[in-house]
Design a protein around this ligand. Structure first.
Ligand SMILES: Nc1nc2c(ncn2[C@@H]2O[C@H](COP(=O)(O)OP(=O)(O)OP(=O)(O)O)[C@@H](O)[C@H]2O)c(=O)[nH]1
Ligand SMILES: [Mg+2]
Length: 205
């Protein structure tokens, strides 16, 4: 499909419904696999939940917080009754006790390893600290399993415009990918929203 058609597709795309579906604190609580799923992963407090709200143009569908470690379960949201967005707990927050971190890791890996309906993973990083060691670790873990990965640098509103490309190039260098594969995003300003929707649609189809 040409870029013009694709942009048109995003322009015509309407979010007719976006609802909370279910939560899982343990693997046994995962809902039955049915519709395609897109997961959102990243370090604690990076802005995963805010990014989902920005994509859906909903202010409070997904709970966000200033305190890292807000999202403690895997949460499914059903969009247009056609696919799920899956908000994962964050990783790598030092103040979360070790045994809780281990539990979340178990839960996240349990999800990523087993989910047959998982179509793509949006890997969210902070534009001010692109590709931290745990991001790189998750990126390689996903790449080794042939996942469709969509790397995103969020909170770009916190950088000056001339730092955007620097952040993107730095991230691309560390992940050994092309800068154009990385989406620059801001939940606050809705920067990169159409571009990210396009990549998500590509992954779902
Ligand atoms: N300026 C700015 N702030 C943001 C942006 N995205 C998120 N934030 C802020 O970052 C903080 C964390 O956002 P969340 O969306 O709760 O982050 P999270 O990754 O879901 O956090 P956990 O669930 O704890 O892992 C909140 O105070 C948000 O308001 C953004 O694009 N720009
Ligand atoms: Mg969250």
């Amino acid at each position: 499909m040409s870029t013009v058609n694709k942009n048109q597709e995003v322009a015509n795309f309407k979010i007719s419904s976006a609802e909370f579906f279910t939560s899982a604190f343990i693997v046994q609580q995962f809902p039955t696999e049915s519709l395609p799923e897109i997961a959102f992963a990243g370090r604690s407090n990076v802005g995963k939940s805010s990014l989902i709200n920005a994509l859906l143009l909903r202010k409070k569908l997904v709970k966000t917080s200033n305190t890292p470690g807000r999202t403690q379960s895997i949460n499914w949201f059903i969009i247009n009754k056609a696919f799920y967005f899956v908000d994962l707990p964050g990783y790598g927050f030092a103040k979360v006790p070790k045994e809780i971190q281990a539990k979340w890791r178990w839960l996240i890996e349990g999800y990523l390893q087993s989910r047959k309906t998982l179509k793509g993973v949006v890997l969210i990083m902070d534009a001010r600290h692109p590709a931290m060691p745990q991001d790189v670790q998750l990126y390689h873990w996903l790449a080794a399993r042939s996942f469709s990965i969509i790397p995103v640098l969020t909170k770009v509103d916190k950088l000056s415009r001339n730092q955007w490309e620097k952040a993107r190039e730095e991230c691309a260098r560390i992940l050994a990918i092309s800068p154009k594969d990385i989406v620059l995003f801001s939940a606050k300003e809705k920067t990169g929203r159409d571009e990210l929707w396009l990549k998500i649609m590509d992954a779902i189809i």
